[in-house]
Design a protein around this ligand. Sequence first.
Ligand SMILES: Cc1ncc(COP(=O)(O)O)c(C=O)c1O
Length: 450
Amino acid sequence: MLRENEPVTSPTARSSALFDRALAVTPGGVNSPVRAFNAVGGTPRFMESAAGAWLRDVDGNEYVDLICSWGPMLVGHAHPEVQAAVAQAVSRGTSYGTPTVPEVELAEEIVARTPVDKVRFVSSGTEATMSAIRLARGFTSRDVIVKFAGCYHGHVDSLLASAGSGLATFAVPGTPGVPASSTDLTVVLPYNDTAAVEAAFAEYGDRIACLITEAAPGNMGVVPPAPGFNRFLSTICAANGALFVSDEVMTGFRASRLGQWGLDGALEGWVPDLMTFGKVMGGGFPAAAFGGRADVMSQLSPEGPVYQAGTLSGNPIATTAGLATLRLATDEVYDHITAAGETIKAAAAAALTAAGVPHVIQASGTMFSVFFTDTAVTDFAGAQRTDTAAYRAFFHTMLDHGVYLPPSAFEAWFLSSAHDDRAVQTVLDALPPAARAAARPDSVALKGTR
Ligand SMILES: Cc1ncc(COP(=O)(O)O)c(C=O)c1O
């Protein structure tokens, strides 16, 4: 094992040594599975610091960051204004277990920027969706929930479900540890499939408490809703007395200034009954929220009977970081991220075309991803046709050229307002060799492979 100050023998020696230590004390060596590089092979890089668009690992390698902490870092890492606000907040203490000023201010900011009337803070997106579902069930006095295959809403038992044997039948657990009784009130449908949704409502309409969907799925790669699909969901829920829960944990304040809702609901004139938020609104700290119609939210404890609580909910440091981030998230920020994204998408398409690699690039607002397949992806079955061996070779070549992509073929790429010309140029320079590697996946040897 490498000791401090020992000479480094490979560009990933310190990450490898840390991974060995981590494996000894943590399952898989990581605290969230995708970080382990299992989908792409090789040794995960242990990051030591980040600034603007750049990550720096413990071996001193630098990478342009295209995951942005899986979404939150909209204004870049270590933004001076966010850091100053956090430092000031920390100097006043870190948690009181009482109401505080920043949580009121952040709630006001979210209510001003979205269609929700009221909002309740929690500490993770998982808690937000779990609580929204409990509230929907409490409000409607119904028990069935509907979700889509390929949409991830956190590791909530009832949402870790795979489709049952027929379309409109109850689901089976998607993982050991979830009892059948947790998913046997969940119906899982193919995304973008209006006929499947109609069939489910025809079968269970008077039992459905809510339908939950990612506002624009990003957890199977970016699969935008077909035009009018979210409006259709909102309408069929209303017609059946069910609540429409739009999960904007990933897209909120990210896909656009108003999230995915700014790209459809705001233009088409409909509003979800409940929404969930996370990531950007926490500014890199553990904060998330659910919110919605005043009459639904008033059912929450202590105003109403539906119980929900949290020791660190609305924590003053996390809400201060989120507030500082949202206040920085102006139209210029989204314009900058959009422009940088267009440049990278065009260069990726050109490099992959030149290398003869089948690909489809899909976007929803500022979020996008590259599928290594030749047909547009509209649902989970389509996403699964992506060539994961090609992605693995592409990923590692990008990494070797100083670009940190998501270590899985089924994730969105994220940019920030700190992705300046130098960062974007680094990505553009890496794309042609990565595309050539994707054309010959077997030619790529992985650094630090164990
Ligand atoms: C759409 C969506 N909902 C919920 C979650 C769960 O959030 P968390 O990881 O904070 O529990 C995620 C996480 O990626 C997400 O993308």
